[in-house]
Design a binder for this molecule. Structure first.
Ligand SMILES: Cc1ncc(COP(=O)(O)O)c(C=O)c1O
Length: 401
């Protein structure tokens, strides 16, 4: 079910003015919200170093804003190195977490200065023989959660019962496995699998220590921290509390890391869209927007997400309506079975919670250009980008976090 709000036109003034100035389709990224999310997550997970998963929203200003706060960065591919260079991120603040890499990916990351890599199987371990004096590896374990909207432990992760064998092989090869990690899935609706995974890792860390292998001194608990789209999710404090309890039972020498993506950037992203076409078909009004599931709404396909939408009208009348994207593909439909006031070509809509896995997975289908990205308040010391473009941020509010 799509969450849809029908609001008074004046409630949309702030974003409407941004849309008038910048045009649509656009994705507005508010770095104030990203900073807020980072600080909230950091205080919910004390002692855990946060490595932003760049793939969620790969943008230099986002990386720079988080770097200013002391965040680390999780790299999933060589293309992200350019963003890190542009934002002047220190290589020691990065970890390369893709479990499957080409030799060229390893070499490019090493050239950048990243020396921490994730593996989850023997073949991948063997790829590090030539670089064994330069790297520390993290072994990713598999824990499948039924409560995660996006499963990340089918395709990746070593079964926990095989961990010690792989660590022993690494030791024989002279390769240092310094840590364990897991990703129980993205958009987890409860923390149970995180807790279970930490407890299993705790046992493996202690066993490895007892068996005389080099101590495992890092645990990376991945991502999965949820945000509210079309259903309520626990507050980050409630979600994190049992995780923190489980982390507190680890040996003291273990340092802690996490790789949040969605939680940091989803609430910071607001899509600005316009109606470009309108037709009555089979008793419903079809509205054609200037972006759809091949663009900003690609997360409806790849990320299994439904974004809260807002339309603006004073009219009390409602009509069965469909919101469709601009491409010529019949599947490019954002939402149907909606009861909307009658809207007109040129009217403006807003999509909320659209910072994560939206523009990141947008395609160029039908040769349509991607939505432009408008970044607000990218540097802490700069003034608001709204004012820089001539509009006041007072009156209607910027996105709530
Ligand atoms: C290895 C890895 N780390 C971190 C993340 C970020 O996860 P989330 O957005 O759930 O925080 C992902 C998401 O795909 C991932 O694959």
């Amino acid at each position: 079910m799509q969450l849809l709000s029908i609001k008074q036109p004046q409630e949309g003034t702030y974003f409407h003015r941004l849309a008038q100035i910048n045009g649509t389709p656009a994705l507005v990224i508010d770095c104030r919200v990203i900073r807020h999310q980072y600080l909230v997550l950091q205080s919910a997970l004390p002692g855990v170093r946060l490595y932003y998963a760049i793939k969620a929203l790969p943008h230099t200003e986002v990386v720079a804003a988080l770097a200013e706060l002391g965040a680390g960065f999780e790299i999933a591919g060589s293309g992200e190195l350019q963003l890190l260079r542009q934002a002047r991120v220190k290589p020691r603040d990065t970890i390369h977490t893709h479990p499957i890499k080409r030799d060229n990916d390893i070499r490019q990351a090493l050239r950048f200065g990243c020396t921490t890599f994730v593996i989850d199987n023997t073949e991948e371990l063997l790829k590090f023989i030539p670089y064994k004096h330069r790297v520390g590896l993290i072994l990713r374990l598999r824990f499948r959660s039924r409560d995660a909207v996006v499963d990340l432990s089918r395709k990746f992760g070593c079964p926990p019962q095989e961990a010690y064998q792989l660590i022993a092989l690494a030791t024989r090869l002279g390769i240092h496995v310094k840590g364990l990690s897991f990703h129980v899935g993205s958009q987890c609706l409860c923390p149970d699998m995180h807790v279970q995974a930490i407890n299993v890792c705790n046992r493996i860390i202690r066993q490895t220590h007892d068996l005389g292998a080099a101590p495992i001194s890092l645990l990376d608990i991945g991502g999965g921290f949820p945000v509210a789209y079309d259903q309520d999710v626990p507050s980050i404090e409630a979600f994190s509390a049992p995780i923190v309890q489980a982390l507190n039972r680890l040996p003291r020498y273990v340092t802690l890391a996490a790789e949040p993506g969605r939680f940091l950037v989803a609430p910071a992203g607001t899509a600005l869209l316009s109606i470009i076409g309108k037709a009555w078909r089979e008793g419903q009004i079809w509205y054609y927007l200037d972006d759809g599931i091949y663009g900003l709404f690609s997360g409806q396909v790849f990320d299994h997400t439904r974004y809260p939408l807002e339309v603006f009208s004073e009219s009390p009348k409602r009509y069965p309506s469909v919101l469709a994207g601009p491409t010529c593909d019949g599947t490019d439909v954002i939402a149907e079975n909606l009861m909307l006031p009658e809207l007109e070509i040129g009217d403006f809509l807003v999509g909320r919670q659209m910072g994560a896995y939206t523009i990141a997975s947008a395609t160029r289908f039908n040769s349509l250009p991607p939505a432009q990205v408008v970044v607000l308040d990218s540097r802490r010391k700069s003034h608001d980008a709204c004012n820089a473009t001539g509009i006041e941020s007072g009156g209607s509010k910027p996105p709530a976090s």
